[in-house]
Design a protein around this ligand. Structure first.
Ligand code: GLN
Length: 340
């Protein structure tokens, strides 16, 4: 393990800023219009209630680290946050118990396997591997310090609400639908217990996890939540420091390697931003120092990532100059030039 905080030098940051607001709005409108007609992908149905989603629904929101808002399409449609909750619960846990403890208990390496894999754990001595797959997310939720499952749930709900700048509530229909069918996640909870990887009761922990996945959000909420991670942990709407800047850095690092499931490498290769998706069709992408992107379209690819969500993020990453790995000769900003 790297002792990166023991180097004895202060952390400096280098990020840049979004183009001026009218340019961002034009590019958000263009990205949304370009993919509105794209009907590729299928709506998730392994949680029965998710199959009821409108395949045409499509919203795109960008919130700057300064709170500037740019939106196109149906950014107010509510959907369950699903796996995107994992990113924010991970941040809350890191803030509570620290980088090293989470690294040791949960891990930060991609499994290369689907999000609900049991084999990944079996092949790795019971390690949940990373906090963005179900095993790691259930293990992470269990690390929220609390005396009871009810208290743990309330801390999760309040923590995610602070990221969203509003009180989030559970979509009870989705929660009941998943609870009636989540046998696999319960098996994951029990397997974690058998490896000594879970201290609280496994089924109660899976229940808290199922509730956190059923929290109801919009594309706008996701952009605000992402902008908070982009802004050193300060929510640009409320001004509240939700988590530390170190925790944001750690969370974005894990998202870069594990946020888009087994497609995380391809996503990074094409888009170059930390991001997280969920099976209900949400995507949040974060441009450190600049802002957050929230997209919603329930048509998914085979890995469970929103098809339109991926395309609009690729469009915005290129047009707004967000790819973390892009540079130009002599340090010139290609994105500025192309906006003239
Ligand atoms: N609640 C879902 C599950 O555990 C979340 C999965 C996802 O969004 N990939 O199966």
């Amino acid at each position: 393990m790297f002792e990166h905080d023991a180097l004895g030098v202060a952390q400096q940051v280098s990020t840049g800023s979004l183009p001026p607001p009218p340019i961002v709005q034009r590019i958000v409108d263009e990205a949304h219009a370009r993919y509105t007609g794209l009907g590729e992908g299928t709506v998730a149905d392994y949680i029965p209630e998710l199959a009821e989603a409108d395949p045409a629904a499509f919203g795109l929101s960008v919130v700057g680290a300064d709170g500037a808002l740019h939106e196109a399409g149906e950014t107010g449609i509510a959907f369950s946050i699903q796996s995107i909750s994992k990113a924010f619960v991970f941040a809350l846990v890191c803030d509570e118990i620290g980088h090293a403890a989470v690294h040791e208990r949960v891990g930060v390496n991609n499994t290369g396997l689907p999000f609900n894999s049991l084999i990944a754990m079996e092949l790795n001595d019971g390690s949940p591997m990373n906090p963005m797959v179900n095993a790691g997310a259930i293990a992470t939720t269990a690390l929220i310090p609390a005396a009871s499952s009810d208290e743990r749930w309330e801390r999760v709900r309040q923590g995610l609400s602070r990221f969203a700048a509003r009180e989030l509530t559970v979509d009870e229909v989705v929660y009941r639908s998943e609870t009636a069918t989540n046998h696999r996640n319960r098996a994951i909870g029990k397997l974690l217990q058998s490896y000594g990887r879970l201290d609280p009761d496994p089924l109660e922990t899976v229940d808290v996890y199922t509730r956190q996945c059923a929290l109801s959000v919009t594309a706008h909420d996701l952009a605000v939540m992402g902008a908070t991670l982009a802004d050193g942990g300060v929510n640009p709407i409320t001004g509240e420091q939700v988590v530390s800047s170190e925790v944001c850095r750690d969370t974005l690092t894990v998202l870069a390697s594990c946020g888009m499931y087994e497609r995380s490498g391809e996503w990074l290769f094409e888009i170059g931003l930390p991001a997280k998706s969920g099976v209900s069709g949400g995507v949040v992408a974060i441009s450190p120092g600049k802002g957050g992107i929230g997209a919603y379209s329930p048509l998914l690819d085979a890995a469970g990532n929103s098809v339109r969500g991926q395309r609009v993020c690729a469009h915005l990453s290129r047009s707004l100059g967000l790819n973390l790995f892009a540079s130009a000769r002599g340090g010139a900003s290609g994105s500025e030039e192309s906006h003239e």
